[in-house]
Design a protein around this ligand. Structure first.
Ligand SMILES: O=P(O)(O)OC[C@H]1O[C@H](OP(=O)(O)OP(=O)(O)O)[C@H](O)[C@@H]1O
Ligand code: HPA
Length: 181
């Protein structure tokens, strides 16, 4: 185990099982439809890659990158789009794929942006959910695991851009981080 982590919260095997379970549910729910999976960079990259390969329907994938505007945006949830989708989503079935929903501010804002583009539907799929941290209500349609209010890393999730490559989901040691968002 990496020396900066306290313990494994979700093992590789539990992640694999959940990703396949979600892949099956999504394949069933979107059968006969054209689905565009939209991964939110960078945290969702690892989950998105595994989830897309756990589906047994045709899907297209794209990515968006967003960044907070700074301290004031923490409460408003206003985000700046750093990388937008390549194509119009008008009349498309869109699935936003996230690694984690925490306050809900990022997803709340993204949902508004994407819904304004007249897609056929927009749903949210997140691997992790920290319900105790929620500040705005976001409709999470598909969720892998509800987790306690601990700072987690690995499987795409970072602290200061580190630990994304670790294969499982771990609780980061308290002494490693001084402030979390
Ligand atoms: O529900 P919220 O409180 O808005 O937090 C969740 C967001 O925070 C993380 O992204 P981050 O801004 O750390 O970027 P990253 O994906 O590049 O790590 C995560 O990937 C979500 O996008
Ligand atoms: O626990 C977390 N880990 C990494 N990124 C995050 N963004 C919100 N919560 C977390």
């Amino acid at each position: 185990m990496h020396p900066d982590v306290e313990k494994v919260l979700i093992s590789r095997m539990e992640i694999d099982e959940k990703v396949h379970e979600l892949g099956n549910i999504l394949s069933r729910d979107y059968a006969g439809k054209e689905l565009l999976m939209v991964g939110i960079l960078k945290g969702a990259v690892v989950f998105m890659a595994d989830l897309a390969r756990a589906m047994n329907i045709d899907v297209r994938i794209d990515f968006m990158a967003v960044s907070s505007y700074g301290a004031s945006s923490k409460s408003t949830g206003v985000v700046r789009i750093l990388k937008d989708l390549d194509k119009s989503i008008e009349n498309c079935h869109v699935l936003i794929v996230e690694d984690i929903v925490d306050t809900g501010l990022t997803l709340n804002y993204l949902l508004d942006i994407l819904q304004a583009r007249n897609p056929a539907s927009v749903r949210i799929c997140t691997l992790l959910d920290k319900p105790s941290r929620r500040e705005v209500n976001v409709p999470v349609d598909y969720n892998g695991f509800a987790i306690p209010d601990k700072f987690v890393v690995g499987y795409g999730l970072d602290y200061n851009e580190k630990y994304r490559h670790l294969p499982e989901i771990y609780v980061l040691k308290k002494e490693i981080y001084q402030s979390v968002k």
